[in-house]
Design a protein around this ligand. Structure first.
Ligand code: 3SL
Length: 244
């Protein structure tokens, strides 16, 4: 299995080979929140880069739950922002979630034509690695959402964490394809015993702390506490998969 890391969606190839998979990572906070929503029983999650399209969809499906942020703040009129800790099973269980976020939703949109698309975070990193080890895609693209076209250390560390688990599970039967992947592994190795510390120091973490969400950072820094794989079933739509 070949693995490359892409520090933001604009560095992705335009087309994907048949045997490839794209894994989108937005540790703070979109892909962590997706994992939480599925762990609370959400039926499906549909991502939108544009909020107007989301609102149109909600009008045709009034039972759906609108979740979204811009620059970390809840979008007025939405049921939830992008905090994983705001969600409850009463609110999301069995529901279709319509979700729009500043970077994560765009990252998903940019790779939605890949043959297999997953989303990953620290919280479900191990089960994502297991899923990849079972499926054995020829090439895995780890797509960091970044921040407005730039680099985000927490997403790179998430990519490094996933490679670390894949190397363990496959007994090092992976081929590291670019220097971004090497750097991501080094970043994770440096911070793996204090991921909360990394999230508190990175620029988006500091932005979120200013908005009063340190509890989100603490939760998003947990490794391997959720066993659900968010798998794209049609462009932008994700369903929960459990590996038994
Ligand atoms: O950019 C995104 O997709 C969000 O995850 C950002 S935030 O953490 O909700 O501010």
């Amino acid at each position: 299995m070949k693995i490359s890391v892409h520090t933001n969606p604009s560095s992705m190839p335009e087309s994907f080979s048949q045997g490839s998979a794209a894994v989108v990572i937005d540790i703070l906070r979109a892909t962590s929140t997706m994992a939480m929503a599925f762990s609370l029983g959400a039926g499906s999650i549909r991502l939108f880069a544009r909020r107007t399209l989301l609102m149109e969809c909600h009008r045709s499906q009034p039972g759906s739950v609108m979740l979204g942020e811009r620059d970390g703040r809840t979008i007025p009129g939405f049921h939830f922002g992008n905090s994983p800790l705001e969600l409850t099973s009463e609110a999301v269980s069995g529901k279709q979630i319509l979700m729009t976020t500043t970077n994560g939703a765009r990252a998903v949109e940019s790779v939605s034509h890949a043959p297999v698309v997953l989303t990953a975070a620290f919280v479900n990193r191990h089960v994502i690695a297991e899923f990849l080890a079972i499926r054995q895609p020829e090439q895995v693209y780890l797509v960091c959402s970044g921040w407005k076209g730039g680099y985000s250390a927490e997403d790179a560390a998430g990519a490094g964490a996933l490679i670390h688990a894949l190397e363990k599970i496959t007994d090092h039967d992976v081929s590291i394809e670019n220097d971004e992947a090497l750097a991501a592994m080094a970043l994770f190795n440096t911070w793996q015993s204090d991921l909360h510390g990394l999230l508190r120091r990175c620029s988006h973490g500091k932005r979120l702390i200013r908005l009063g969400t340190d509890n989100d950072l603490r939760w998003c820094s947990k490794l391997d506490c959720i066993e659900i794989v968010p798998l794209q079933t049609s462009p932008g739509c994700f369903s929960p998969v459990v590996i038994s």
